[in-house]
Design a protein around this ligand. Structure first.
Ligand SMILES: Nc1nc2c(ncn2[C@@H]2O[C@H](COP(=O)(O)OP(=O)(O)OP(=O)(O)O)[C@@H](O)[C@H]2O)c(=O)[nH]1
Ligand SMILES: [Zn+2]
Length: 296
């Protein structure tokens, strides 16, 4: 028995890389299908391989996983957010942050197109940068120092890049590693060609960072949250922290008296924009039709 990480899946085959860099093509054992357990790219697995015929025997417990792209054990998601063209949308950024918090995936915010801002705008955006940094998210602004600033955050990690179309993902990848940008571009083009194209998921190495990056970007615009609305506050770290002081244990931080979250918003220690996102998502989640399918 050997252990390794799945670095590619294609038509029911899983390519597993061992610590010494060797790659073995494997198939999942029938027991996985029976248990409705599906190996994901990024999974650490136990497998054996003889004469090129490999089988997966077990999947190690996952640290986290995303649906889009279907990758497990992600160390960092880089959210690429344009400051201009399209205009910065804090709501969209918060939506992506909440989805990542809910999935247990650490996030870094990359603000692209800072060069398109005038001095006044740049000052405003430095305030956004501070706001998110204070919550605990690393924030990097585009510019000549961006790659240098990003490098320590990316080293040795399994990465997913996400962000709206036109946000600047390819441009950033190109700055980090030109060969990589080319490769991802080609792969995503191949993927979008048609529904009948075989679904392939790959982690591509970035040798100088000793990192791996998913070849497909994460979700971009609208994402339905699939957790109970009561949990929403947990995924706003600064609100979660404040909410322990709410008078009522079941406080939803809307109209309840003695709400420590609203108090913090009025004092300015929690940003109004973040609270607005909370309220908006809350309303959207309340308004959606209940789903009767069992979540597994
Ligand atoms: N001025 C400026 N333009 C940028 C920057 N980043 C990206 N752009 C431009 O914005 C446009 C979109 O950038 P891309 O890198 O293709 O965006 P993307 O996120 O990969 O978009 P999709 O491939 O559609 O998902 C291109 O015309 C880029 O040249 C930046 O930092 N400054
Ligand atoms: Zn409250």
């Amino acid at each position: 028995m050997q252990t390794g990480r799945i670095i590619q899946s294609l038509s029911g085959y899983y390519d597993v890389q061992t610590a010494d860099g060797q790659v073995f093509r494997t198939r999942a054992r029938g027991q996985f299908r029976k248990n409705k357990e599906k190996p994901l790219v990024g999974d650490f697995v136990e497998f054996d391989s003889e004469n090129g015929d490999g089988f997966l025997w077990a999947i190690d417990p996952r640290q986290n996983a995303l649906v889009r792209p279907p990758i497990a054990n992600i160390d960092l998601a880089v959210i690429v957010t344009a400051l201009k063209e399209p205009d910065f949308n804090p709501n969209l950024l918060d939506r992506q942050l909440v989805a990542l918090e809910a999935a247990g995936v650490p996030a870094l915010i990359y603000f692209s197109k800072a060069d398109l801002l005038d001095d006044q705008e740049l000052e405003d955006y430095q305030n956004w940068q501070k706001l998110y940094q204070k919550i605990g998210y690393p924030v990097v602004m585009s510019g000549p120092k961006a790659v240098e600033e990003l490098t320590p955050h990316l080293r040795d990690k399994v990465l997913v890049f996400m962000g709206q179309t036109g946000a600047g993902k390819s441009t950033l990848l190109n700055q980090i590693s030109p060969e990589l940008a080319l490769e991802t571009g080609e792969v995503s083009k191949a993927l979008s060609r048609g529904k009948h194209t075989t679904r392939k998921v790959t982690l591509i190495p970035i040798p100088f960072l000793a990192a791996l990056i998913a070849d497909t970007p994460g979700f971009s615009s609208y994402e339905v949250f699939d957790f109970p609305v009561e949990d929403l506050v947990k995924y706003f770290p600064e609100m979660r922290a404040a909410s322990v002081n709410c008078r009522f244990r079941a406080c939803q931080h809307l109209n309840e008296p003695g709400c420590a979250v609203k108090e913090a918003v009025s004092l300015g220690t929690i940003a109004a924009s973040r609270y607005n996102s909370y309220k908006l998502f809350y309303e959207l989640m309340k308004a959606r039709k209940p789903k009767y399918r069992k979540n597994k």
